[in-house]
Structure formats: C-alpha cells, structure tokens
Design a protein around this ligand. Structure first.
Ligand SMILES: [Zn+2]
Length: 457
C-alpha cells in the first residue's frame, strides 16, 4: 500500500525548512505502510524498490542528488545521498538503515502490521523498531539539514539499504563488493542496534537510564553437518545409521556450553551495570545468567555475548519410513565471539566426532571496536544533552547487522539509533515480534539526539 502523501512535487526545495521532529512520526508511519517484507527469496521480496523510490523522492524534494542503486537483483532498491560538511577533507560519516523488514502474519497482530497506525502514543507496525524508526529519523533529519542549509562538521552519507534481514547478500555485502565507490572516504559508520535506553534501579535509590551503544558483534556462521553411512532396509540389523550418527552429534553440540569469554565490550558493559545498578554481578560466578535475568528481555542478547553459541536449526534425512538413508544433514546456527573462531572449531570437531563432516554455509566475521574517540564522545554528548542523568555504555550484539559488510572496508562501526524507552517496555521482544511498535516520544527524543550527534561528529 502506497502512502497517501507520496505524490509530492519533484526536486523543488521547500520554501520553508522542514522540521525533523514534526516530520518523524508521519515519516516512520509512511515507511511502515510500504510492505518491504524480506522472505529470503528473490521471487517474493518485492517492496524495497517502491519504498526506496519514495525515500529518493523525499530527498530530492529538498535538493539532494539522491542515487538509487539496485544491489544484484531487480527491485532490490537502495538509496544514497550525501550532505557536504564544512571540512570535506575529513573522513565521511556513513549513516545507514535498512528498508526491508521480516514478514508479519496480520492475523496475529492487534493492528495491521503494515498500517503504520499511530495509536496510544506508539507507531505500530512491522519495522517500527527494526528499523524504520531510525530510517524515519535519518530521512527527517536529512531533509531538515538540507532544506535549512545547515552544514555539519563533515560529509554525511545517508544510506537506505535492501536485504539486511536476509544477511545483506542483495544489499550491503553486494554494494561493498560491487560499488565500493559509494563508500569512498567513509571512515566511520552508525546504524542499528544501539542507543536505546535500559532503566535500572540505581544503588542509592531511584532509577538510572543506561544507553547501550553497540561496539561489537558476534560472528554469524551457519554450519552444515553431514553424516554418511550405509543405506539399507529398515527391518534389518543395521548399526551404521547416518541418522543416528548425525542425531548424536547434533545433540552433543546443541547441549554443549562453550566457555565463558568476556571481551572488552562485554566487560565494560557489565562493569557499568554493576556501577549504576543494584545488581551485583561477578563475571566469574556461575550465576551470571541469573543476575542478567534481572534486565529482562535484553538478557537474551547480553547473555548470548558471554560465550559462543551453536544452536541446531535444521535437520534433513530420509525419504521413506523403511529405507535407512545414506546421508543425514543438519544446519547449526553458530555465533562466535571475536578472536574465538579457531578454538570454537576445535571444540566443534571434538563434539561432532570423526564420522560427521562440517562446512560453512555462511560465515560473516565478528567485529569489535574500542569505546573511545571523537565519535564516541559525540554520541555521549548527544545523549547527555537530552538526558543529563543518562550514561552511555558499550555492548556487544549477539546477532548481525549491515555493519559486518562495512567493517570489511575498514570502516569503524557502531550501533546508534537513539531511543528513550519506557522502563517496562520489553524492547528486545519487539524485534521481529508481534505488535512491534515504537513510542512517539522515543522517536522525538531520538531525532533530537541524532541531530545533536550529526552536528558534533
Ligand atoms: Zn534490523
């Protein structure tokens, strides 16, 4: 469904400057109304192009020369626009968001997932937090800065991207490989998933808001396991069965607990949590998971950054009940900490044993950057400008984002899409969840913070 306000005049800068905080809610709502569901299949993923063209129109309307690029397949639409900065010799800042979303089943929702309804103080719909919220903030601010003639300290490259939800093969990774020119001069980048608040009980009473900035990501590595043995009749004695061999290996791997390894980002996050909250977390204690449980849904993300994980997700074997197949296969979703790949593979090999072979179906490297420097200072100052009692802390994301693609170009990446959230909102559960929604107040906060950040980065 196309938004009602898509018929706008072409390429005519507005007479009066646009104001981002006035536009952001309607912009996020309009973006949600484009069904950009990414099914993972080229044939059924279609909405990105319409959405990208709409973004392009909105950028050109205020005077940008916006570039529309398809990334490896028809209708996989991406849009790039650059706002020139005062010092053009400085490294450019990439601000990126993905326009695709995961599919949604309307019957499960309170409102239609592609309605973009604004009700009860929230904007509702698929993509509201992942990540048409930030795309809306980016677009509203890009328009405001351009139409008001504002010059940021350095060049800002706004990128609205396709295919993040299927790993970026037809999005960021394709663009990095085939169109590196689009990222020329870019030294740093911000995108999802970070900048949101987590409210904790402060040690001296009262509450403290921590703003989690993503400074690291685990790897994303999908592994196929294969067992090959003797085929035969299901009624005979048969102790060399591929299904049994594979099942045992999968069970051992799935139940295995990899060692606790605290990287710098995780250590800093836990230290901040100890300082600012009533939690008393000793990273060496085995009840760390219980302590983390107190931070609600977020514990599922943070808990997964304490060690490598290997979750079996797919099984395939056999074609008839009375035929023992020659081959059995499984897919395991592995997420490995920075610096752990070799040790992880050794452990996996011991667990699966000599009769099962393994290969990587997909392997995207982890990354981690230090939480310091001018860009971190700019994020920190922007948050403090609108929440004087807040504190920014680094954290590691257990999943992957487009940052993995940009890191391949040597770009230093952070997750910073600022939102001040109600204390009781289970933010983590909204990602890919039913009734995904974002508070209107959080969008206004995010827009103000992000403007401050862009003007001081
Ligand atoms: Zn996302």
């Amino acid at each position: 469904m196309a938004p009602t306000d898509s018929a706008l005049p072409d390429s005519v800068p507005s007479a009066a400057p646009t104001i981002a905080v006035d536009e952001v809610v309607e912009t996020v709502s309009a973006l949600i109304r484009f069904d950009t569901s990414n099914t993972g299949e080229l044939a059924t993923t279609k909405g990105e192009a319409d959405c990208a063209h709409w973004v392009q129109e909105r950028l050109e309307e205020v005077g940008y020369e916006a570039v529309y690029v398809e990334s490896g397949a028809p209708r996989r639409g991406n849009v790039f626009a650059t706002l020139p900065g005062a010092d053009r010799s400085r490294g450019r800042l990439l601000v990126h968001g993905h326009l695709d979303v995961v599919p949604a089943e309307p019957g499960d929702w309170s409102v239609h997932p592609f309605s973009g309804a604004v009700e009860d103080g929230y904007v509702w719909g698929r993509g509201a937090v992942d990540m048409k919220d930030m795309c809306g903030i980016m677009l509203a601010l890009a328009r405001q800065l351009k139409s008001s003639g504002t010059v940021p300290p350095r060049d800002i490259v706004f990128a609205f991207l396709a295919d993040e939800e299927a790993g970026g093969t037809y999005g960021s990774h394709w663009l990095v490989e085939h169109r590196p020119d689009l990222f020329e001069g870019v030294t740093e980048a911000v995108g999802e998933v970070g900048g949101f608040s987590l409210t904790v009980d402060a040690p001296g009473g009262g509450k403290k808001r921590l703003y989690l900035i993503e400074s690291a990501e685990k790897s994303l590595a999908w592994m196929r396991l294969t067992a090959k043995a003797r085929a035969g009749h299901g009624s005979f004695l048969h102790d060399d069965n591929a299904v049994t061999i594979l099942a045992e290996a999968v069970a051992r791997l799935g139940r295995h607990r990899f060692p606790l390894v605290l990287t710098e980002s995780v250590t800093e996050f836990l230290r901040a949590l100890n300082e600012e909250s009533t939690f008393d977390i000793d990273p060496d204690q085995p009840d760390l998971a219980t302590a983390l449980g107190k931070i609600g849904g977020l514990a599922r993300i943070v808990g997964a950054t304490l060690r490598d994980t290997a979750n079996p997700t797919m099984l395939k074997a056999g074609y008839k009940a009375n035929v023992i197949p020659q081959t059995a296969e499984a897919v395991v979703d592995c997420r490995v900490l920075p610096g752990r790949q070799e040790a992880f593979e050794r452990e996996v090999d011991e667990l699966i044993g000599p009769d099962v072979t393994r290969e990587w179906v997909t392997k995207l490297e982890p990354y981690e950057t230090t939480f310091d420097g001018d860009l971190v200072d700019a994020m920190n100052a922007a948050i403090l400008a609108y929440d004087a009692d807040g504190r920014t802390v680094p954290y590691m994301l257990s999943g992957g984002t487009d940052a993995k693609a940009f890191a391949k170009l040597g770009i230093r990446c952070f997750g910073f899409a600022p939102l001040q959230l109600p204390e009781d909102l289970d933010f983590a559960a909204l990602f890919h969840g039913v009734d995904e929604r974002v508070p209107v107040d959080a969008l206004v906060f995010g827009t103000n913070v992000f403007e401050h950040f862009l003007m001081h980065s």
